[in-house]
Design a protein around this ligand. Structure first.
Ligand code: ADP
Ligand code: MG
Length: 217
């Protein structure tokens, strides 16, 4: 389905569904920065946009954040199951659910989705199992496009060092290197089944934004 960005919101709502856009990439790759820029650009074109993120700001999302910060450690299988539950709620909630928004013609931009589960929880659990429970869940929507912001971990660590006081358990540089290559393993495994666009995130913020936009339409 092709949606012309210059269409008015009313026409979009009547005739088409929205779009589900996911951003992935290691911490510090520029996801938050690019999501804010894309949201601004799409809104300026009259498109209804909602930005969202996983883990969600729900009770389950809070439990996941406690686990990731090390405050309340969980096994990788537990984490994969917690993310799965959080993701299903994120899809089907009658209030903030992705599926309802898309059906209403809204563009939903999500910061991380199941690709992160595959890369992170797939590191030390059975990746086939993590992929199976997500990809074969009837209440988990497949994104229209996944933008992977690809950045060398030494660069992302520098960016994070500039902007964050402490790092979560996954953010140490050698772990980031493993996660980055795990993302590429995942994309190879997924092949043509998913629409994944790899964007060189080492460029200037403006150049990355242009490339992201070109890959949305
Ligand atoms: P993420 O959400 O992927 O963790 P952020 O968008 O928070 O990444 O970016 C991490 C830091 O890097 C921020 O300080 C941000 O301003 C900076 N940054 C983002 N994109 C770029 C870029 N293309 N070049 C230089 N610095 C960037
Ligand atoms: Mg961010």
């Amino acid at each position: 389905m092709t949606v012309q960005p210059q269409l008015s919101t009313e026409i979009l709502n009547e005739n088409t569904k929205g779009k589900f856009i996911v951003f992935e990439g290691i911490d510090g790759a520029g996801k938050s920065t690019q999501i804010a820029l894309l949201e601004k650009r799409l809104k300026s074109e009259g498109i209804t946009v909602v930005t969202t993120a996983e883990p969600t700001p729900t009770a389950m999302g809070g439990l996941i954040r406690d686990a990731l910060s090390g405050a309340s450690p969980k096994s990788s299988c537990e984490l994969a199951a917690m993310f799965l539950s959080d993701r299903i709620s994120h899809n089907i909630s009658p209030i903030y659910g992705i599926q309802r928004l898309i059906n209403d013609g809204t563009y939903v931009i999500c910061d991380r989705y199941y690709y992160s589960s595959f890369a992170y929880q797939g590191l030390d659990t059975d990746i086939d199992w993590v992929m199976d429970i997500n990809l074969n869940c009837p209440q988990i929507l497949k994104p229209d496009v996944c933008i992977f912001l690809d950045l060398d971990p030494s660069q992302s660590a520098r960016r994070l060092g500039d902007s964050r006081a402490f790092l979560e358990i996954f953010e140490k540089t050698d772990t980031l290197e493993k996660i980055r290559s795990r993302f590429f393993d995942v994309f190879r495994l997924l092949g043509e089944r998913e629409n994944i666009r790899i964007v060189d995130a080492s460029q200037s913020i403006e150049d990355v934004a242009q490339e992201v936009y070109r890959n949305i339409f």
